[in-house]
Design a protein around this ligand. Structure first.
Ligand code: ASP
Length: 322
């Protein structure tokens, strides 16, 4: 008998719709009333918190990571986390970075609340439990299971506001499927070492570049800014008018991480013109490959919280696997 711990954190999967169609959290998490009974799998449910995911902070993510570590030490076979979909990818990636994942950790959610027609919550929950109990899910980092697909927390992202097929992995694709008979994997993730942390640094910001951008927003960042991620243009370029503000941040020692605002591909120092990636890399900007802006921010938070600075921080955040 496999023993799976289900940690509920809130989100649409735990909410119900009223007669006007408005979706809201109730006094009771809708999932607690529908615990799964599956052959050979015993599920223990725990409501660690009950929040819409826009209310989830890195501190909450750390609380969740700590709870999973305790459960691993106590001998649990796998963990399922239910979560609102809006920030699900950030929490899942935080867990991926901070846990050794000796047992499968699978995050899921729902696009339709518990009492809506075509509700996907219970189905995703059962799929996540099956995946967490499967032997193939071990040593693959934190996984996200939604709509019959198994994605890595590292690369998955929410792509649609309402569609049940919202979670996608641009560039790389899902690594497995939940079929009628169970979880099937057909890709392996290159693993990275966990960075255990005991606190989370604050004041790490995320900005998106746009045509005609200048230094206004960069200069508006507070003096105690601990780090900045910029979703840059194309392969990793910025408008020239941003450069004086960028230089001021770098002079202050603020780590600046660059990803692309493109949905597919990786950011690289390719273009050698004013504001081009080659110039930005020379100025000391850290290029991060393959992560989107919100995940690069989580990685920067974890790296800084783990005490990394300078070249060690850059090597950690650039996301290269050696
Ligand atoms: N706004 C909701 C949340 O993230 C959406 C969802 O759960 O799908 O909590």
């Amino acid at each position: 008998m496999k023993h799976i711990l289900a940690l509920h954190t809130g989100g649409t999967i735990a909410m119900t719709a009223d007669s006007a169609g408005n979706v809201a959290p109730g006094a009771h998490n809708a999932l607690l009333a529908q615990d799964a009974v599956l052959d050979g799998i015993e599920v223990t449910s725990e409501e660690i918190f009950n929040l819409p995911s826009p209310h989830v902070t890195p501190e909450r993510m750390l609380e969740l990571s700590r709870r999973i570590r305790t459960a691993e030490a106590a001998g649990i076979d796998g963990v399922v986390v239910t979560h609102g979909t809006d920030t699900l990818e950030e929490t899942a990636y935080f867990l991926d970075l901070t846990l050794d994942a000796t047992v499968p950790v699978v995050v899921t959610g729902a696009m339709r609340s518990a009492n809506e027609v075509g509700s996907d919550g219970r189905y995703n929950y059962l799929s996540a439990i099956r995946t967490a109990a499967s032997a193939g899910a071990r040593h693959k980092g934190c996984l996200v299971v939604m709509n019959d697909e198994i994605h890595t927390a590292r690369f998955v992202t929410k792509t649609h506001t309402t569609n049940v097929a919202t979670f996608r992995t641009p560039t790389f694709g899902p690594i497995g499927l939940v079929t009628k008979t169970g979880a099937v994997f057909f890709q392996e993730l290159i693993n990275q070492a966990a960075c255990p942390i005991d606190h989370v640094v604050d004041r790490v910001f995320l900005l998106k570049a746009y045509a005609g951008m200048d230094a206004t927003l960069l200069d508006a960042l507070p003096q105690d800014t601990a780090g900045l991620v910029i979703e840059a243009l194309g392969a990793g370029n910025l408008p020239p008018a941003t450069l004086p503000g960028l230089a001021r941040l770098l002079d202050r020692g603020v780590p600046v991480v660059l990803v692309s605002r493109c949905f597919n591909g990786v950011a690289e120092a390719v273009y050698d013109y004013e504001g081009g990636g080659v110039n930005l890399a020379k100025a000391g900007v850290i290029f991060c490959q393959g992560l989107n802006g919100q995940k690069a921010r989580i990685k920067l938070i974890v790296g800084l919280s783990g005490g990394k600075t300078g070249a060690a921080l850059a090597a950690y955040v650039n996301n290269a696997v050696s």
